[in-house]
Design a binder for this molecule. Structure first.
Ligand code: GLN
Length: 327
């Protein structure tokens, strides 16, 4: 009897939550958030170790929500394209995982690193196996796998991203890629160190070129939210119905985003926001809420961990004010 009552209670509760989510006024929510984060603009630092990235208007702010039923809500510069940088690591992981399946985990780990995204420290004593796919070393190993698997990896990756986004105009930004290549000594070091352990198989220049190109891709908040919807939809692109990942693979990628998507700030981000997400030093962050929506934010000024200062705050406000997170 008690069991029956508690089941009915849960059913009513979930119905209430479902109706509340469907009824959510995302537009007003985004406008409220944009107003509240405004005082934070000017308090961070734009990434300048890649010289071309420093040319951005540092006070920019945009945010977009795309729901699984296709509704789009935006505020600020949500349609302006910017350099997605490490957010691209999710795309190269998804493409490698969907192409090579479980074999990828022999060469890259699944643990949070607790170190900066470009750190060399663990790589030496962990025999050239990066802690996870979202630190630079992990993405470079995945780039190596894509170079081995595809005859034209750069073409395969950009076409894959266009398909996920339903936007054929997405491009590599050659100027940003060149700027990073000219100053990318630390990333080359990661690549060479892993090659010395046999964890990079293809010629290093080929692999690094794909890595720098993927980081240079330009997309808007709206594009990013759209492209991540597949991960909110258990691996199926909602607008085309195409399955990219199995349900289990999508679960694994979302789990990794939760534990490692914001590098050594992943714990604090999970505590404040409560969503799987991925950031980049271009100032973008994308997060997903399974079966409901994806949300992307862009504000180029970063905090000390290399994550968007206002972007994190905006996402914290998003889950706190709406009451929606994965917990
Ligand atoms: N391209 C950048 C780098 O390799 C990406 C880092 C980032 O976005 N966190 O340093």
């Amino acid at each position: 009897m008690v069991d029956c009552h508690s089941r009915i209670w849960y059913a009513v509760h979930f119905l209430y939550l479902y109706i509340k989510y469907l009824d959510m006024d995302y537009q007003s929510l985004l406008e409220e958030i944009a107003a509240e984060v405004k005082p934070l603009l000017g308090q961070g630092q734009v990434a300048s170790y890649i010289p071309a990235l420093a040319e951005v208007d540092s006070l920019s702010f945009g945010m977009a929500v795309v729901t699984l039923d296709g509704s789009v809500f935006t505020v600020g510069q949500a349609n302006k394209i910017f350099s997605i940088q490490s957010i691209s690591k999710v795309f190269n992981l998804v493409l490698a995982f969907s192409s090579l399946d479980e074999a990828i985990w022999r060469r890259v780990g699944k643990e949070p690193s607790g170190n900066a995204f470009n750190s060399l420290l663990q790589l030496e004593y962990e025999n050239g196996i990066p802690r996870n796919p979202f630190i630079n070393a992990g993405a470079i190993v995945l780039a190596d796998m894509l170079c081995e698997y595809f005859s034209e990896p750069q073409k395969a990756l950009i076409e894959f991203i266009r398909k996920l986004t339903n936007n054929s105009s997405i491009e590599y930004d050659i100027r940003i890629a060149k700027s990073e290549m000219d100053t990318g000594n630390r990333n080359y070091s990661l690549g060479y160190l892993m090659k010395s352990f046999g964890n990079i198989r293809m010629p290093i220049d080929l692999v690094m070129e794909l890595y720098f190109k993927q980081c240079s891709i330009s997309m808007s908040c709206k594009d990013l939210a759209q492209s991540f919807l597949m991960l909110a939809n258990h691996g199926v692109v909602p607008y085309s119905g195409e399955r990219i990942l199995t349900m289990s693979q999508a679960k694994r990628i979302n789990s990794l985003m939760l534990t490692s998507g914001l590098y050594n700030e992943a714990g604090d981000f999970a505590f404040r926001v409560g969503l799987p997400a991925k950031s980049g030093v271009g100032g973008g962050i994308v997060a997903i809420i399974p079966k409901l929506l994806s949300v992307a934010v862009w504000s180029p000024e970063l905090n000390g961990f290399g994550n968007s200062l206002a972007g994190i705050h905006a996402l914290e406000l998003f889950t706190t004010k709406s009451g929606i997170s994965i917990f």
